[in-house]
Every structure is written in C-alpha cells, then in structure tokens.
Design a protein around this ligand. Sequence first.
Ligand SMILES: [Zn+2]
Length: 283
Amino acid sequence: MAETHLHWRIGDVEVTRVEERIHGVPRDTLVPGITDAHLAEHAEWASPYFSRSGRMLVSVHSFVVRDVDRTLLVDTCSGVEPERPLPGDPAFLERLEKAIPGGAEAVDTVLCTHLHFDHVGWNTRVVDGTRVPTFPNARYLFARVELESLDEDDHAGVRSPAVAPLLEAGLVDLVETDAVLTPRIRLVPTPGHTPGHVSVAIESRGERGVITGDVLHTPLQVALPELTASPFDADPDAATRTRGRFLDAHADVDCLLLGTHFPPPTAGRVRTRGRGRYFAAEE
Ligand SMILES: [Zn+2]
C-alpha cells in the first residue's frame, strides 16, 4: 500500500494524514443521490474522489495534529474488529508509529469526532487476547452528548471494544462539543451525523484549518450540500442544515478544510464559482 502521509502546516501546528485504507464503495450505500450527471458536471475537480466506474472513494485515515507541546490524534480508523463495512488494516499502527515521533506512546490526546466504528477502531488493540488502550499515555476525549447517545443506541457494537476498556482504565475525559483543547485547537459542534459530532478548528499565526469529521463524506457535497449520508446520519435534516452552515462559514475564506473521509488530495478550500461552489484541492 502506498504510504500517503500527506502533511500540512497551519501556523505552529502540523497535521499529518495517516491512511488506514481507501475503500471504493457504491455511491448509493453512503451518499444516495449522486448521479452520473453530477459526476460529469463536476469532473474537472471532483474526479480524484471517484473511481472510473463511478464508485465513491472513501478514505479512512487519522490526522496526527502536533501543536507546540502536544500531540493529538484525531480519529482512530476502523481497527481490528472483523466484519466492519469498511474493514481496517493491521498495518495501520506501523504507519502511525513511523508518522509520530515517539510513536503511539507520544500521543497525549485522542479525540474522536464521533463514535462511529470507523473513527474509534484503534482506540484499543488486542494484546494476548486482552483489549488494551493503544495510546496508554493519552487522555481520550469524547463529547459528553455523544457518549450519552451511544448509551442509548449502540447498533454497531462500538462501546464494548472501543469505549468500555478506556472507561475502565480511567483514560476518558468527557468534554463539551465546543471545548478548547489547546490555545490553537478547539472543537466546533457539528451535530446531525451523530448528536455529539464535532469538527476540529485550528488557528495559529493568522492561519486557519478545520478537520471536517463526517460533516462531509465526499468533496462533491461542497457543490451539492443537499446530498446527505442518510443511511448513516442519525438526523439527516440536522446533518444537512449543519453542512450548509459549515460550508457557508468556510466559503471563500482562508481556511484549509481537512476532509476526514477525503482521499488524496485530502485538503483544500471551499471556493465560489458562478452560482455554485467547488472544492479547490491543495496538492
Ligand atoms: Zn466516518
């Protein structure tokens, strides 16, 4: 597998993408409503995000976010659980070790944008038949409302492998969805996909970036924000409203969008052209 460690700098903050796997999925399973006409109309900029046969390319990756004196990991991919719709890759941890100076033990904060299986998978790993925290020196941050919603509905069976062992180990901090994590990094509430979903805003030395989480599943939604991941959105209407507000807030401003499920080129800016918008990738 190609080692696509894309890397960006936002002022004093460095962001590195560490890929678990890119999946080509039938469009209708994730974002129903994308038509061949949509792909043709936006091919000029959207073609890297679809296969030649029109499958949607969904990247599952983590972002390593290195602040002045902190090392954060945003989302932990699918992990070792078998039979996930987007299966993980055991080699992911080796790539992560190479990407982080000091390896997994140097991570001081793990932040899950939400508690879906493809964002929490490597929270733990199995050692000698036992689930242990993958990042033993980290505080794991979950949004309080997100964990409460998981307690009400855990249809994907995430709690037992990816949350409970951390609670038992006393490594979890419950945070509000607008929490300030460092002087340069804060959470932004973006509910809809899940009740406690957050994006991650970075601002340093006049430069801005934002890790989307699942506000967007494909850059094509920058042009077509009404297309929603309805099978997986807890509240599709709220998700659509949130996506609209999110895109309005980031259109034509100097803010680098880092797409949580965008294959390379993973980062770019929301630009207006004519009456529509497009995703201007930053290579
Ligand atoms: Zn996801």
